[in-house]
Design a protein around this ligand. Sequence first.
Ligand SMILES: C[S@@+](CC[C@H](N)C(=O)[O-])C[C@H]1O[C@@H](n2cnc3c(N)ncnc32)[C@H](O)[C@@H]1O
Length: 207
Amino acid sequence: MNLADVTHYYSERLREHGASAQGVDWNSADSQRLRFTQLLRICGERENFSLNDIGCGYGALFDYLSERRSHCDYLGVDIAAPMIAKAVELHRGRTGCRFLVGEHPDRRADYGVASGVFNVKLSSHAADWRAHILRTLDHLNEASKDGFAFNCLTKYSDADRMKEHLYYADPAELFDHCKRSYSRNVALLHDYGLYEFTILVRKDIAA
Ligand SMILES: C[S@@+](CC[C@H](N)C(=O)[O-])C[C@H]1O[C@@H](n2cnc3c(N)ncnc32)[C@H](O)[C@@H]1O
């Protein structure tokens, strides 16, 4: 999968809107944070953990975590170099965070999350994009010791609001894939009021 056009798309959003929810193509800061709340359910009450954030943008999740948790060892990864440059600039001098350009982290962490990386497919064919999602989930699984979480736009979105350049995933299919491929302990969250769902894959619970 050539992600050059996706990289360009997000770099342009950042150039237009700066380090803000709109700069990573979300409608609002509230929805961005609501997504973080859902994804971080994977960490439960744990206070001390390492986290890989795939598609970290300008590092908003690290700031969200900093407000809530004291001891997160955070690595943010993003394909768009301008996003990582902005993340580095905004977090200069902060401890507990590191940022890397690319698709994959350079380490295993306790947890991995990916917020918004599967939404914008642009002109890719749906079947190719689906295969890209499954490959990315394999990497996320390998790099996450205790569990991982990700979100996707839902195929249950209102038809008149769906857009050609976005990918609307089948939540039941991805739930089934995660159950069969990664862990017996999988949660599907499709109840938080956005046109999307979050899947949590827990690997730290005995089956
Ligand atoms: C919708 S934005 C969300 C950014 C951030 N997660 C947040 O919620 O603030 C998606 C980000 O993922 C990045 N991205 C898209 N596909 C990616 C991939 N396969 N690997 C790494 N980053 C990716 C984009 O460059 C963009 O910055």
